[in-house]
Design a protein around this ligand. Structure first.
Ligand code: PLP
Length: 424
């Protein structure tokens, strides 16, 4: 599709490209199976000698349309949709790291990701070091070992709302010859395109703003296609894969080596592909991404400004406020600061809980990034399984309330928070 289209046009037009007489709108191909005229054609698919769908555990036309849309939005060479954001992260790392390998991740990231990295991947023999993102490049280099295979961070950290220093981290990854993987969930490709700032692989929890309506769990991996997998550190990419008759991914697939390997090794064997129905719903949401994101940003900024002036509020954290520690960095990398903010009520969590319970329009939900305003208390919910040290590194204080600012009228949202704050 047209590479020179703006992101708004791509959100609507890319992905599904109907031929003459075909449905204008992306259909739900609710089929596990695909029909071919000859046994030879199917054998060629199995050998990766021909492109085409063979089984919906590996690919599906509805899912493929969504993959092509997200790849176009991010400026990548290819994408893979998975059953959840957590699965996208798992596959993204395990496609690079084997037992005995190590990678480095920013510590201020989503609690579920910390848990996946520090517990579950560890069980598979892959070790992570969580680092303080404010360390200097030289200090960060000290954490690299000969078996370090990747560097990971979030564009806008959930829920710390730190903004990733793309310049520092991408140059570090380049120097250390490892791929730079960025979770772009909170920013979305409308507010930030990490591949343009030196990332090699982009991850999304499509469950959040891409869907945008809290109706479908899904994940995406986008391949930038620029990382050199044949630099000597990644033999799995450059030596024959015996599960595919000795295919060498870098030789056979070139720029697509990473994303093809993720699909045909990991997704084929683990079976965590997105369902066609969820791909359809996510695609529908993504068509209006740009319209929704502008309003999410506008509403969040207005609510942040209101809370910052409120006498009963102790502190507010939103990258669009000039008081935010990464205000300038947000201006540099983002088109807007997204729809999530955090704040603390004077008097700590006991008072904060009263405010949460008193909200009428804003519901208590374990979710972010949909059309409805909601609140959550990470220390007792999403980040509950983390140790106190991990919570501190993740930027989760006991009094922190996370607000996902929806698309309702901002005056109604503000009135709701005002009445709730008046009850303490
Ligand atoms: C929600 C979230 C995830 C996990 O995604 P799921 O779709 O819930 O599995 C990963 N990263 C970030 C930043 C998230 O907000």
């Amino acid at each position: 599709m047209q590479d020179n289209w703006a992101v708004e046009t791509k959100a609507i037009q890319c992905g599904w490209e109907p031929k003459n007489g075909e449905p204008r709108v992306l259909p739900i191909y609710q089929s596990t199976t695909y029909k071919y005229d000859s046994a030879k054609e199917v054998a060629m698919l199995f050998d990766l000698e021909a492109a085409g769908h063979m089984y919906s555990r590996i690919s599906n036309p509805t899912c493929e349309a969504l993959e092509n849309k997200i790849a176009a939005l991010e400026g990548g060479v290819g994408a893979l949709v998975t059953s959840s954001g957590q699965n996208a992260l798992t596959v993204a790392i395990m496609n690079i790291c084997s037992s005995g390998d190590h990678f480095i991740a920013v510590g201020a990231i989503y609690g579920g990701t910390v848990s996946l990295f520090t517990n579950t991947l560890k069980k598979m023999g892959v070790e992570v070091t969580l680092v303080d993102a404010s360390l200097s490049k030289e200090e960060l280099k000290g954490y690299f070992k000969p078996n370090t295979k990747a560097l990971f961070g979030e564009t806008i950290a959930n829920p710390a709302l730190d903004i990733l220093d793309f310049e520092k981290f991408s140059s570090l990854a380049k120097e250390m010859r490892v791929p730079f993987i960025v979770d772009n969930t909170f920013a979305t490709p409308y507010l930030c395109r990490p591949l343009e700032h030196g990332a090699d692989i982009v991850i999304h929890s499509a469950t959040k703003y891409l869907d945008g309506h809290a109706i479908s769990v899904g994940g995406v991996i986008v391949d930038g296609g620029k990382f050199d997998w044949s630099n000597g550190k990644f033999p799995e990419f450059t030596t024959p894969d015996k599960s595919y008759h000795g295919i060498v991914y870098t030789e056979k697939f070139g720029k697509l080596a990473y994303i093809v390997k993720a699909r045909f090794q990991w997704i084929r064997d683990i079976g965590s592909y997105l369902s066609p129905m969820n791909a359809f719903l996510t695609n529908l949401g993504t068509e209006t991404l740009h319209v929704r994101m502008d309003r999410h940003c506008e509403n969040a900024k207005k609510l942040a400004e209101f809370l910052e002036k409120h006498p009963r509020v102790g502190w507010v954290n939103y990258p669009g406020l000039s008081s935010h520690k990464h205000f300038q960095r947000a201006k540099k990398y983002l088109k807007g600061e997204s729809g999530v903010l955090t704040f603390g009520v004077k008097g700590g969590m006991a008072e904060g809980e009263k405010v949460m319970n008193a909200l009428k329009l804003a519901a208590i939900v374990v979710h972010v990034a949909d059309v409805r305003t909601g609140v959550l208390h990470p220390a007792s919910m999403t980040h509950r399984q983390l140790s106190k040290e991990e919570q501190a590194l993740a930027g989760v204080t006991p009094d922190l309330i996370r607000v996902t600012v929806g698309l309702e009228n901002i005056d109604d949202i503000i009135k709701d928070f005002d009445q709730a704050l008046r009850q303490i």
